[in-house]
Design a binder for this molecule. Structure first.
Ligand code: 5GP
Ligand code: ZN
Length: 112
């Protein structure tokens, strides 16, 4: 997708603070963090959202990516939250599937 900001990050056309760069996915810092740890995990293939995914294995890889990152950052003990905002009501602003990882502060419930 030519005009997708996350595809541009994957192609290194725009900068991001990259935490991990794997074959099928990457993880980078959210530009506008909502918690002391706020990371995004994205597939390297462009999918608008969860419902556009035609490769179920990538969903497994993304979730395993979460586990890898969480372990590497030692977030398991205190806890963290994974969020997939989807569509307008879900608050999705970037139409490239992404998982938020939020940690290192108590997170309220329900979300606003
Ligand atoms: P959404 O609202 O779609 O669930 O989340 C999109 C996230 O992408 C937001 O938290 C926003 O701060 C982040 N974001 C938007 N543009 C950029 C960017 O250019 N670089 C980075 N690193 N994050 C971005
Ligand atoms: Zn994209």
């Amino acid at each position: 997708m030519n005009d997708c900001i996350f595809c541009k990050i994957i192609k290194k056309e725009i900068n991001a603070d990259i935490v991990k760069d794997e074959t099928d996915w990457m993880c980078f810092q959210d530009i506008n963090p909502k918690a002391p740890v706020h990371l995004l995990i994205i597939p390297k293939t462009h999918y608008d959202n969860l419902h556009s995914v035609n490769d179920d294995l990538i969903i497994v890889k993304l979730m395993n990516g979460v586990k890898t990152i969480v372990k590497e950052l030692g977030l398991e003990k205190k806890g963290y939250r994974v969020i997939v905002n989807t569509g307008d009501d879900g608050g999705q602003t970037v139409s490239h599937l992404h998982l938020h990882i939020l940690a290192k502060r108590p997170l309220g419930w329900p979300p606003g």
